[in-house]
Design a protein around this ligand. Structure first.
Ligand SMILES: Cc1ncc(COP(=O)(O)O)c(C=O)c1O
Length: 505
């Protein structure tokens, strides 16, 4: 028998040690009243504490995490989560709060939410903010419901059914628009930014709103933003701000100044709170004066010296989440805002922009960079030149995993051939950036078989992604029992397995 290493087929605790069914019964425990005694023995494996700890540690080693290496996913903005915020969120007074406690017993928490919402309204240059949504995409959907409610109030919801989006838009934008009942129409870009003439030609009395990220997902700031706002508003439509890239402009400019009417923010991308990944995300809605009445209920209000949850907002789109916000994350973001202060937030944005331009400049000597070279917080490379020697961006991304770093976002935005989108937020040091350059150079110039087989050094080998998507197997039982086909070099999962590191936004 050999010692276990972190591998994709780590046994369940029950497989490591089946529950003891034979043997002498445990000694009777005295002092437990008869009615409280267990009727049947527990069906639990018998393992020592170190065995259990090592099992979970091996599981944790199967994943990339921001605490083990940088996570340069462009657009997703994976920031290091400062431990100070973590410590605050773990205090019993915070961690043990129940979302349905009466307001009178959670005055401190409500005050934090109230202060956070006011701070976020200021950061975005908007009239009001609400921390209710559970993620960026949830905020998008809620904001589009607000747009719809606003149009209905103005007798225009029947006519204005179209949402315009640039071809650089994140996939959640058209998805949210469709879910909110709108039709979508794409506006082409020119040199990575909105083609203003194409926008001018597309707006009409059917336009409900234009959804835009600024800086956009090519890392470029839309310098024509004031003209864009004017075109949209003159057509009687609204301007929506996707705040996923707000970290690039914190404290320097804001969507309110640019003329946006409503915005969503991703607390996890801007204020260094843990990323969602289907888990504890937190979105925020911010609205200008004319859209603020439509924000979801309840709203946190201060009445005298007390904080209350106000449901009396007749124009509101209603409730969009059972509990109000995601308090643990909201608190972390509030702490981030407080310990940085206004100057610190500006420094965050400047550092993010400096990191992107430094790294973009260095990596630009390895692969070409589309569009203008001066970017905000993220930049694009094109892996197209590698195609000549049969290497795809996906190969490069997987080879980077073997270097011990997470892959960048790949194949997005789609307007760049073999795109790699890279973002090293302000939390990463120059040392980390330089280390990434060397890792990237090794990966991009690798001509060995390792490139096509990568990742070879991880618990999970390369999976056949197409087959995994078509023959999805989510049950571990099916996966482990799957007929053995030729395995990747590390003895990773069978090629049909639907698991594996997936480098994407
Ligand atoms: C530009 C942009 N918009 C929206 C989203 C969706 O945000 P969330 O993942 O918080 O739902 C993302 C996520 O990466 C994004 O990059």
């Amino acid at each position: 028998m050999t010692f276990r290493q972190a591998r994709w087929d780590e046994p369940l605790l029950w497989e490591l040690a089946p529950p003891a069914t034979a043997g002498p019964p445990p000694p009777p425990i005295t002092g437990i009243p008869e009615r409280l005694r267990r009727r049947r023995p527990l069906d639990w494996p018998e393992l020592s504490e170190p065995e259990v700890v090592r099992h979970y540690t091996r599981l944790s080693q199967m994943n990339f995490g921001i605490d083990t290496s940088a996570y340069p996913l462009g657009s997703c903005t994976m920031k290091y989560n400062p431990k100070l915020s973590e410590m605050l969120a773990r205090r019993a007074g915070v961690a043990e709060l129940h979302p349905y406690q009466p307001a009178s017993t959670v005055q401190g928490a409500l005050e934090i939410l109230w202060r956070l919402e006011r701070a976020l309204a200021k950061v975005t240059g908007m009239a009001e903010a609400s921390v209710q949504p559970a993620a960026g995409a949830h905020g998008e959907y809620a904001a589009l419901l607000m747009v719809r409610a606003y149009l209905r109030d103005h007798g225009e919801s029947e006519r204005r059914r179209e949402v315009l989006l640039p071809d650089t838009a994140h996939g959640t934008n058209p998805a949210s628009a469709a879910m909110a009942g709108f039709e979508t129409r794409e506006i082409r870009s020119r040199d990575g930014c909105v083609d203003v003439e194409a926008l001018r030609a597309a707006v009409s009395d059917r336009t409900a709103c234009f959804m835009l990220t600024n800086p956009n997902t090519t890392g470029l700031f839309e310098t024509e933003i004031l003209e864009i706002a004017q075109i949209v508003h003159e057509a009687g439509a609204l301007l929506y701000y996707d705040g996923a890239n707000l970290n690039a402009i914190l404290g320097i400019t804001n969507p309110g100044r640019m003329g946006f009417d409503v915005a969503h923010l991703n607390l996890h991308k801007t204020f260094a709170t843990p990323h969602g990944g289907g888990g504890p995300g937190a979105g925020v809605l911010a609205a200008s004066e004319r859209l603020a009445p439509y924000l979801p209920i309840p709203r946190v209000r201060k009445v005298g010296r007390r904080f209350v949850l106000d449901y009396d907002r007749p124009k509101s789109i209603g409730k969009i989440k059972t509990a109000y916000g995601n308090f643990g994350l909201d608190l972390r973001a509030y702490a981030f805002l407080r310990y940085h202060g206004e100057d610190g937030l500006r420094a965050v944005a400047r550092r993010a922009v400096l990191n992107a331009n430094y790294l973009g400049h260095r990596l630009g000597s390895i692969l070409p960079r589309p569009f203008r070279p001066l970017v905000k917080h993220e930049f694009l490379l094109s892996g197209a030149p590698l195609k000549a020697r049969g290497v795809r961006t996906a190969d490069l991304a997987k080879r980077l995993l073997d270097e011990g770093v997470h892959a960048p976002t790949v194949y997005f935005p789609t307007l760049v051939d073999e795109a790699l989108m890279i973002e090293f937020p302000e939390t990463e040091s120059r040392r980390e950036l330089d280390q990434f350059v060397e890792a990237f150079r090794r990966a991009a110039t690798d001509s060995s078989e390792r490139l096509k087989a990568a990742p070879t050094a991880l618990a999970v080998g390369r999976v056949d992604e197409v087959r995994a998507a078509r023959e999805l197997r989510l049950s571990r039982k099916d996966l482990v029992a799957a007929p053995a086909e030729p395995s990747p070099p590390t003895g990773g999962p069978p090629r049909s397995a639907g698991i594996g590191p997936e480098p994407k936004s």
